[in-house]
Design a protein around this ligand. Structure first.
Ligand SMILES: Cc1cc2nc3c(=O)[nH]c(=O)nc-3n(C[C@H](O)[C@H](O)[C@H](O)COP(=O)(O)O)c2cc1C
Length: 191
């Protein structure tokens, strides 16, 4: 039982001014508020080439991927905020998860994800808040062996969803984030 689970929090967009990154930052603060220890990272600091099996065969895993997987390995859970690209998971996340799913040294394929509790969030400037990407990301997580905790957070109208300090304007949205963070922390405490 881990009293203060460590949660790696990141966004599937590295865009300057990304709404998803803002949501991930609020999520990290929310995890801390509810008794976890969040590490927010920007995937821009872990830039990996497009996954190609020849590249892997010739060069092994890129340094950025090795650093990311070491970080993931040192955490008890993961919280992912994603944008929705054509109803789907954006290439940035597919690419990083593809690299991290590969065997490395004495770690088998997908081993890092096995049983890893994950909280899922999406946001969009549109009215649906990226809700269509959630089941796709949940399936992807399951395929990797991670365990997405029940529920999710979607944040519609992202352009007006944050106040000047970066907090969520809507109490309802914040309370749904509170609930997700608590469920994730509790899942991490019981693995
Ligand atoms: C390739 C592409 C596909 C998109 N598809 C969707 C979509 O399916 N649903 C949606 O709500 N927004 C869609 N958008 C708009 C994004 O939600 C919007 O660009 C958002 O700001 C991206 O997230 P970010 O602010 O975190 O970078 C798409 C944007 C791009 C670039």
């Amino acid at each position: 039982m881990r009293n203060t689970p460590s949660i790696l929090v990141f966004s599937g967009s590295t865009r300057q001014g990304s709404f998803t990154k803002q949501l991930a930052q609020v999520a990290a603060s929310t995890v801390d508020l509810h008794g976890g220890k969040a590490s927010f990272i920007d995937l821009a600091d872990y830039e990996a080439p497009l996954y190609h099996q020849d590249n892997e065969a010739n060069n092994g895993l890129p340094d950025a991927v090795i650093r990311f997987r070491a970080l993931l390995h040192s955490h008890d859970g993961m919280m992912v905020a994603t944008p929705e690209y054509n109803g789907f998971v954006p290439p940035l996340l597919v690419n990083m998860f593809s690299w991290v799913s590969r065997p490395y040294q004495d770690t088998a394929a997908n081993a890092l994800f096995h049983g890893l509790p994950v909280g899922l969030m999406a946001t969009s400037p549109g009215g649906l808040g990226g809700v269509r990407v959630i089941p796709r990301l949940r399936d992807y997580m399951a395929e990797l062996g991670a365990v997405a905790v029940p529920g999710f957070v979607t944040l519609p109208h992202a352009a007006t969803a944050f106040d000047k300090s970066g907090r969520l304007q809507s109490e309802k949205a914040q309370s749904s984030l509170d609930a997700l963070a608590r469920r994730l922390i509790s899942a991490c405490q019981t693995i």
